[in-house]
Design a binder for this molecule. Sequence first.
Ligand code: 13P
Length: 254
Amino acid sequence: MSRRKLVVGNWKMNGMRAHLDEVEAIGRVAAAHPAVEVGLCLPATLIMAGSERRGAAFIGAQNCHMDISGAYTGSLSAEMLLEAGASWVITGHSERREARGETNADIAAKSAAAHRVGMKVILCVGETLEVRDAGQAEEVVAAQLLASLPEGASADWLAIAYEPIWAIGTGRIPTMEAVAEMHAALRAALASRIGAAEADAMRILYGGSMNGDNATDLLAIADVDGGLIGGASLSATKFAPIIEAADQRMAAAA
Ligand code: 13P
């Protein structure tokens, strides 16, 4: 099964109008590498303006509410984000699971809400260092994935991102063997729930201190189908080498 590589930037709480030039530059890099699907999950304030300058990159959001509308001060529904120009949304990022107390059930509901309005979803999972050191990473993350997986999960609209919490923003990444084992374990867990063919088609991204130096090795792992990138997605100069590395893997696999 050849899965199209998916390389997505998560700008988190970064980016002002002045940074729209970077969105445009990244959109141009995406256009130069059509074999790779490239996106930028922007802060909500930049989605509308960013979507006008996105080039060949898609624009995504970083969170959505699970309901369509209502008395939820400060929240945004999937439908609102879609109308603003976000075709994808991240759900279950550890920065929201941990700081906002989002549960697996919340994440499944948010993912399903996004799908209902026609958005695509990147659902994040990942372990703490404590769990990794206890030798329980695969078991814990596979269970987290199955508990957050929305009804009707399918490769057409859902991708998974494995983001070890201790690797986010730290410059540390797991060994290539550990990444390979985790991605294989997650694909097996998916197969147990949605069937082997659908699991085989679903993209599983790696996230956590991915950059131009380690992308080639990470993207060469059989079950790594792309990346979810924070810091190194904030400028076209840093992001382009990751997109190029994905393009080279696509060419090598063709
Ligand atoms: P960094 O690439 O900055 O480590 O962030 C990863 C991440 O959390 C992407 O969602």
